[in-house]
Design a protein around this ligand. Sequence first.
Ligand code: PEP
Ligand code: MN
Length: 337
Amino acid sequence: MVVILKKGTSKEELERISRGIQRFGVKVSPVIGEELIILGLIGDTSKLDPKTIEANECVERVVHVQEPYKRANRMFKPHDSIIDVNGVKIGGGHFGLIAGPCSVESEDQIIGIAQAVKKSGANMLRGGAFKPRTSPYSFQGLKDEGLDLLLKAKKETGLPIVTEIMSTEYLERFVEDVDVIQVGARNMQNFELLKELGRTKKTILLKRGLSATIEELLMSAEYIMAGGNEDVILCERGIRTFETYTRNTLDISAIPVIKKLSHLPVVIDPSHSAGKWWLVEPLSKAAVAAGADGLIIEVHNDPENALCDGQQSIKPSKFDKLVDDIRLIAQAMGKTI
Ligand code: PEP
Ligand code: MN
């Protein structure tokens, strides 16, 4: 159930009506927009009488919501969310260009790539320190040392860092040092992790699960947002289909669908979608043309010898050319890189 308050409702009135509802053991989650104040009611609302609530002077309407997600829903927040990561904005016309290696491998590697992608126009640096590898015998990441190296690269370039968390064990360190905490495809429905992240104030980059529907992705976002953290960026990174030529199938339609259903920014990961470096360029262009708010691209100085995902990583020179091309498409879509 959702209570829509009249325009101009005062803070005191909002608190009074919230207290009245809370007496029935229902949690009230207010979304205060520029034009509307909406109270999302969470919990068992069966004891509430919509007619009594509507009798309040400041109440416009009580709506029964079928939607399983509220805070992520565009219905209750019509305007695009703009997320600010240390001054770098994403969403609502601001384009997020995140680039860097799959994994942090050494100081020279991460700093060299960070400098190169920044020069080309990237506004955030990616790099895995904790790697979710399919085989337990594959390189698992430099872990704490990887985070230290990311911090060095941030110091050198000023780029905010985006890196994946795999368990709550490291949450404190991530909250302290990381600018955007990435939740990988394999953890999209790790609800305990999502709930913990919802208690932080960090921006979360939430990747779509390998076999997750768009609604399931939005409900995972809701887990984070229900805890009070509304800074969520959604990421389409390809889904499993019967096609085996590509690593995954990039669901381009996810961009307009998510943008219709939600106000949250959507970024596309062409690298994990394709699994092949030469597909990164056409998929990136298609994503920007379809309305993506950003891209997250794997860039490596020596892809042949990369410790992870070299076959899908582009070299800094290719990235440079790609940025020039997508800048034009982004402009045509009303976005600035
Ligand atoms: C990654 O970004 O390096 C990664 C492992 O991505 P995903 O979770 O989408 O597979
Ligand atoms: Mn990777």
